[in-house]
Design a protein around this ligand. Structure first.
Ligand SMILES: [Zn+2]
Length: 338
């Protein structure tokens, strides 16, 4: 479905943030957005409508934390099917309001649990939890499920197994937020190889969230280098998160995100969207940028940094090596003293 649509119209625009936009609509920090599918459906509709109005070709349902493990924190683990099916229905209703084709993808985030031996969750329990969530999304009518913000190879495997059990198309993206790897140490290249080895293969795979837009595109480069024909997703945060007066703000302007969208296409991404901090205004600017863009030569890391600003993980690496230098100097001073 994604590939066919890409062949018809070129690079596809996905959507923007769920959480940070919901905070602006009144969601309290720590509150589960999924309950809004029942309690505040109009606000969920408002979010999707903003993205569709801005020109998104793909929208993700409000179901990121829709496994029983995440919902249990809010005593809603017995409502998995209801909340996920409703998430799908709300998004589909918005998609039906426009003439062009909007693909509705059912968002599936991590369970928040670690799989044994690191944690308590068994692999089989993870598959069961994802199967339960995806059944709700499928019954609600999504076109495919969209496994996102993943960091553990085992958990990705479990979510993919669930999609395959149900027999629904799936996309899968990981968050490379820790020195160019996922929190669990998976590199973009290893993740891409893992994704390409599945049978059936994912409809798309790539990177979402993480740290800055520059960092995300460097991860995308690693994936497109190995698999240039794959449907690769770039769904970056809107710049870099910064704490401003007790709130998290994102540094990305509509211009920066437009620039990012064009470089993402040049880097070989076929589906481009935003993650945390990305509003409908940013997406409108990205839509214009994609529509007016002729694919350019492949960027390198230096070009990405020059256009979008320094990489967060490179800064972290520099800080670490500065700290190592300082420590080495202290050691040598001590040696001189003794
Ligand atoms: Zn994000």
């Amino acid at each position: 479905l994604l590939k066919n649509r890409y062949d018809d119209i070129g690079p596809l625009l996905a959507d923007g943030a769920t959480g940070t936009n919901f905070f602006d609509l009144g969601l309290g920090a720590g509150d589960p957005p999924e309950l809004w599918n029942i309690d505040q459906p109009d606000k969920v509709t408002t979010l999707h409508s903003g993205f569709v109005g801005a020109g998104s070709d793909i929208i993700l349902t409000n179901s990121f934390g829709g496994t029983r493990h995440r919902l249990k924190l809010h005593k809603a683990d017995d409502r998995v099917h209801e909340l996920n099916a409703k998430a799908a229905e709300i998004a589909l209703a918005v998609a039906a309001t426009v003439d062009r084709q909007i693909i509705v993808a059912g968002s599936v985030g991590p369970t928040g649990e670690l799989i044994v031996p690191l944690g308590e969750l068994t692999y089989d329990d993870a598959v069961e939890a994802f199967t339960e969530q995806m059944t709700g999304l499928r019954d609600g009518g999504v076109d495919l499920v969209w496994i996102e913000t993943m960091s553990s190879a085992e958990e990705i495997q479990a979510a993919v197994a669930a999609a395959q059990t149900i027999g629904i198309d799936y996309a899968v993206t990981a968050s490379f937020d820790t020195a160019g790897h996922t929190m669990m140490g998976l590199s973009p290249a290893a993740f891409a190889d893992q994704a390409m080895a599945y049978d059936p293969k994912p409809a798309a795979f790539g990177a979402n969230c993480g740290v800055g837009a520059a960092d995300l595109l460097v991860a995308v480069l690693a994936m497109t280098e190995q698999h240039p024909d794959a449907m690769i997703v770039a769904k970056a945060n809107c710049g870099i998160p910064q704490a401003v007066g007790g709130e998290i703000k994102y540094t990305g302007t509509p211009d920066l995100m437009a620039n990012y969208a064009q470089i993402a296409v040049d880097a070989g991404a076929k589906i481009i969207g935003g993650c945390c901090g990305t509003t409908a205004e940013h997406l409108r600017s990205m839509r214009d940028a994609l529509d007016g863009h002729q694919k350019n030569s492949r960027p390198d890391v230096a070009m990405i940094v020059e256009s979008l600003g320094p990489m967060v993980s490179a800064a972290a690496a520099d800080r670490n090596s500065d700290a190592a230098d300082a420590a080495a100097q202290r050691r040598s001073r001590r040696r001189r003293r003794t």
